[in-house]
Design a protein around this ligand. Sequence first.
Ligand code: NAG
Ligand code: NAG
Ligand code: NAG
Length: 260
Amino acid sequence: MALTKVSSIFLICLFGFYSQTAAQAYCGCSPILCCSQNGYCGINDLYCGSGCRSGPCRRSRVPVDRIVTQQFFNDIISKASNDCAGKRFYTRESFLKAANDTFDFTSSVNSLEIATMFAHFTYVTGNFCQIDAVNGTSGDYCEESNKQYPCAQGKSYHGRGPIQLSGNSNYGTCGQGIGLDLLRQPELVGSNSTVAFKTGLWFWMTYVRPVLNQGFGATIRAVNGLDCNGENSGAIDARIEQYIDYCKQLGVDPGQNLRC
Ligand SMILES: *[C@@H]1O[C@H](CO)[C@@H](O)[C@H](O)[C@H]1NC(C)=O
Ligand SMILES: *[C@@H]1O[C@H](CO)[C@@H](O)[C@H](O)[C@H]1NC(C)=O
Ligand SMILES: *[C@@H]1O[C@H](CO)[C@@H](O)[C@H](O)[C@H]1NC(C)=O
């Protein structure tokens, strides 16, 4: 009798818990819950099985360090010439460390997303050759009118790192996101490769992952909208070619809507 009472109270609590969490569409899930394909929180197969976006998803997926293998990374960076600054900077370890430190990334990434991300990193940096934007130091990329993220004196916010973070606004918001004062120390992005990859992952999670399911073309627009305005079809082709190559290497289908 007493036992039955306890378990029915338990069930009522559990039910309350469910209906509350199920109402939160689009995944502000508590870390113990899975975010389903359609953006609902829960813990059974419906949520944690196929299509699960985050949380304790049933892992049929491959861990990130088994996707970004040393060989995969080396094949890219070996194409950068020996006088490239990036060649002695970017490492697989620093990528994995940044990935591990980025909330939710390691548990939710798959091979298709890695193919997409590395196609952009590769294109943007020239096979991890560049740390700083080409001719980047010729301007400080400071937008004075931005009072929320004011430029620090003598600092330059030119493009740096795998996604070429640029401008004081991006340095400011990204720094907040990753817990570093990048307005005062923008050079960290070019001197610490874990920080560099963290800025890439921050940009990715903020602007690119949300459009990932629209196809590769949408990710080009998210990374560099200028390339999509009909003026730079060479850049689009180069990114797509890179993407298809990585999809092949990682054994995934490139999908539809490759152009932007
Ligand atoms: C990943 O992060 C966890 C917790 O944040 C930590 O315990 C672990 O050592 C990290 N692993 C690597 C390879 O950095
Ligand atoms: C960089 O500067 C050099 C010399 O001023 C110039 O020839 C080159 O076109 C510039 N490259 C870019 C991408 O702006
Ligand atoms: C690089 O940045 C990471 C993350 O902020 C930090 O843990 C690490 O100590 C830094 N490495 C160096 C050599 O400063």
